[in-house]
Design a protein around this ligand. Structure first.
Ligand SMILES: Cc1cc2nc3c(=O)[nH]c(=O)nc-3n(C[C@H](O)[C@H](O)[C@H](O)COP(=O)(O)OP(=O)(O)OC[C@H]3O[C@@H](n4cnc5c(N)ncnc54)[C@H](O)[C@@H]3O)c2cc1C
Length: 309
């Protein structure tokens, strides 16, 4: 119930104005967001790299409806790619098509993406296209397929809570372009299209990972990144990979910045390839609200801050 309310509030302009101007909320957001400026993100990535963690960087901003705003987002990513290379940081980028002009015009969005993925190739970086709400899945996969005809330094994300994902993944494996981050899914999707029970989503996610690690999928160049902090899921996948005798760097685990920091370091020390998703920028509000929605303890902390307890 609270989860649904917070996801709904992530779309509210009035709430956004209130939360982003409210100092305790800004302080709490800093736990999940590297900073508002690019340099702050670069410092965070440097520290992560020094601790043996790879990174993928997200310039926050989604659902833009103006061409200029989408161009500005694309421009920031181009500079970011240059800066990651200039500082020799071990990091790629993650982005949302709705920030690249998907709601303006699909062809315009594709052009922005082509420019970014081409620059990333020049800079020897990988581009991950995040997956957004279910209404955007078809277009996202369509644009992804178009980009893969030209580039191989781009991948996308599939969400285990959607019924359709098993078929989407099988098709991408078959086409030899399953460069996929698998996640549970962060949006509020109805029971007609998405699993709702935690246990079922855990099983589904672990099973999809096993599908990507199968000999057949690997022969077709499938590359798995598991984006989850859920030890039930990632321990099952780690155990499976060990049983199958897979090299530790044949797949990777990804966590969001600020979540289970001790566990991040423990996993690296145990030889797990780990990448941290590092968001930065002024538009941190929807991202922050989704993180609150994921965890009752965060919600309570936030609500207490709101009422000044
Ligand atoms: C690298 C990465 C990229 C992602 N990209 C996408 C994407 O493109 N599209 C999409 O829909 N979703 C994305 N997600 C979000 C994902 O779909 C889930 O909503 C999110 O990861 C929570 O699910 P979980 O698997 O971590 O399990 P959970 O059961 O939510 O978490 C397991 C444990 O992790 C800890 N934890 C989890 N969340 C938090 C939190 N917010 N604060 C503090 N502790 C927490 C708690 O200890 C919790 O018990 C991404 C997640 C990651 C890690």
């Amino acid at each position: 119930m609270l989860r649904h309310s917070f996801i709904a509030l992530s779309h509210s302009g009035a709430m956004q104005r209130f939360v982003t101007g409210f100092p305790p909320a800004r302080r709490m957001a800093r736990r999940f967001v590297a900073g508002e400026e690019r340099d702050e993100a670069l410092s965070v990535i440097r520290a992560l790299n020094q601790a043996g963690l790879l990174a993928t960087v997200d310039f926050l901003g989604e659902h833009v409806t103006e061409r200029e705003a989408a161009r500005a987002n694309a421009g920031e990513y181009l500079t970011l790619l240059d800066e990651l290379a200039r500082h020799d940081l071990q990091a790629g980028i993650s982005l949302k098509l709705s920030a690249m002009g998907l709601h303006v015009d699909t062809a315009f969005c594709l052009e922005n993406m082509r420019e970014i993925v081409a620059r990333a190739r020049e800079r020897r970086r990988f581009v991950r296209i995040d997956m957004e709400e279910s209404a955007l899945v078809d277009t996202t996969l369509d644009l992804y397929r178009q980009l893969r005809r030209e580039f191989d330094n781009v991948g996308t994300v599939l969400q285990a809570y959607l019924f359709r994902t098993r078929n989407d993944l099988a098709a991408l494996i078959e086409e030899g372009i399953a460069d996929i981050r698998l996640v549970k899914g962060a949006y509020d999707e109805p029971a007609s299209i998405a699993w709702q029970e935690r246990r079922k989503i855990q099983e589904e996610l672990a099973d999809l990972c096993r599908m990507m690690l199968s000999a057949d999928a690997r022969a077709r160049h499938a590359r798995l990144a598991l984006g989850s902090h859920d030890d039930v899921v990632y321990n099952a996948v780690i155990a499976h990979a060990l049983r199958e005798g897979l090299a530790p760097d044949s797949w990777e685990l990804q966590f969001l910045y600020g979540i289970r920091r001790n566990e991040q370091r423990r996993l690296v020390a145990a030889g797990q390839r780990m990448r941290i998703y590092v968001p930065y920028g002024h538009s941190w509000y929807p991202y922050f609200m989704r993180r609150l929605a994921e965890r009752p303890a965060n919600l309570l902390f936030f609500l207490r801050a709101l009422v000044g307890d």
